[in-house]
Ligand binder design. Structure first.
Ligand code: TYM
Length: 329
């Protein structure tokens, strides 16, 4: 069995981009692999968070994990800050990384744009992500396309340390889907759909009701051509909507083109509202049942225990590799 690890930041507004790019892979992989899924709250504090809101969002993401179909009997679900190994390993990796490689991360460049001095956590964010992955001897990391550069850095760090100190880490592979790996913003289809974009109609959150879904899709930016055709370069808005349609329905973009030949955007968008609403309804209903249950807290407690057991073994190995620590518990 391969080991799978991934994580989502609890910063609110988990949207269909997160779902179609990453979360639905989590569910798909849990039957044939050993899966570990984390709510990465320590990543969220790279930018200031309201403490009460952060806890709320952490539980929201945990409940969403279960609402989309993650089964705690098959997958370990836990909160990053409940396992001290993440921060510990992050420091060891920090000492084996270079400011040059971190400065090249496009996400850092985007998030620090216009600031005279950026928060250090934002800069070293990809190292904490590498620690998350390497702590569990991960083989596969299901993520959206925007995380590709971070996964490459993680691989580089693992290979560098293995070469210098001897075999210490498993070198992981990213797993990216063809459709859904990069869902774009509905109002500005050249930008990726994002949790933090100001316009709420730029995204569809997983818990949005049909009314909001309809509004966002019907208002989504297209073009004046009126032809349903997949062409990312010249028709980014329509292509993005086709990607969403394809990801939710399982119908290929080629078949969507055929199905809507001669139809206008209005008809296509109406059907997309239906396809999206139907896919999200059960998630919303499951979420309501799970969110305030004792079961959710039990799952997170048990998940942290299981994750800690693996993390402690890896950290013992890492300490051995680097000659760290004396006392044995
Ligand atoms: P985060 O919380 O921004 O996003 C969670 C997952 O959703 C994917 N994603 C998208 N996929 C397609 N289209 C989009 N518009 C879109 N927006 C986001 C992301 O690629 C991600 O898979 N750094 C990570 C969290 C993380 C992590 C990890 C992931 C921390 N440690 C270890 C994997 C392994 C992040 O900020 O994801």
């Amino acid at each position: 069995m391969k080991r799978v690890f991934s994580g989502v930041q609890p910063t609110g507004n988990i949207h269909i981009g997160n779902y179609l790019g990453a979360l639905r892979q989590f569910v798909e992989l849990q039957n044939d692999n050993e899966c570990i899924y984390c709510i990465v709250d320590m990543h969220s504090i790279t930018l200031p968070q309201d403490p009460k809101e952060l806890r709320k969002h952490t539980l929201d993401v945990a409940a969403l994990y279960m609402a989309i179909g993650l089964d705690p009997k098959k997958s370990t679900i836990f909160v990053q800050s409940d396992v001290p190994g993440h921060a510990e390993l992050s420091w060891v990796l920090t000492c084996n990384s270079y400011t040059g490689e971190l400065s090249r991360m496009t996400q850092f460049k985007d998030k620090s744009k216009g600031r005279e001095s950026a928060p250090t956590g934002l800069f070293s964010y990809p190292i904490l992500m590498a620690a998350d992955i390497l702590l569990y001897d991960t083989d596969i990391v299901p993520v959206g396309r925007d995380q590709k550069q971070h996964i490459e850095l993680c691989r580089d760090l693992a290979i560098r340390i293995n070469n210098k100190y001897g075999q210490t880490f498993v070198v992981p592979d990213g797993r990216f889907l063809k459709e859904g790996a990069r869902i774009m913003s509905l109002d500005e289809p050249m930008k990726k759909m994002s949790k933090s974009a100001e316009n709420p109609l730029s995204r569809i959150s997983l818990l949005d009701e049909e009314g909001k879904i309809k509004k966002a899709i019907m208002k989504a930016t297209t073009d004046s051509e009126g032809i349903i055709k997949f062409d990312l370069e010249n028709k980014p808005g329509v292509s993005n909507l086709m990607n969403i349609y394809s990801s939710f329905s399982g119908i290929s973009v080629e078949d969507i083109e055929k199905k809507y030949e001669g139809c206008g955007y209005g008809d296509f968008k109406k059907d997309l509202v239906q396809v999206t609403s139907e896919a999200l309804r059960p998630i919303r209903e499951n979420f309501e049942q799970i969110r305030h249950s004792q079961e959710l807290l039990n799952v997170l407690n048990e998940g942290a225990e299981k994750a800690n057991a693996i993390a402690e073994k890896t950290m013992a190995r890492v300490k051995e590799t680097f000659g760290l620590g004396i006392s044995k518990k």
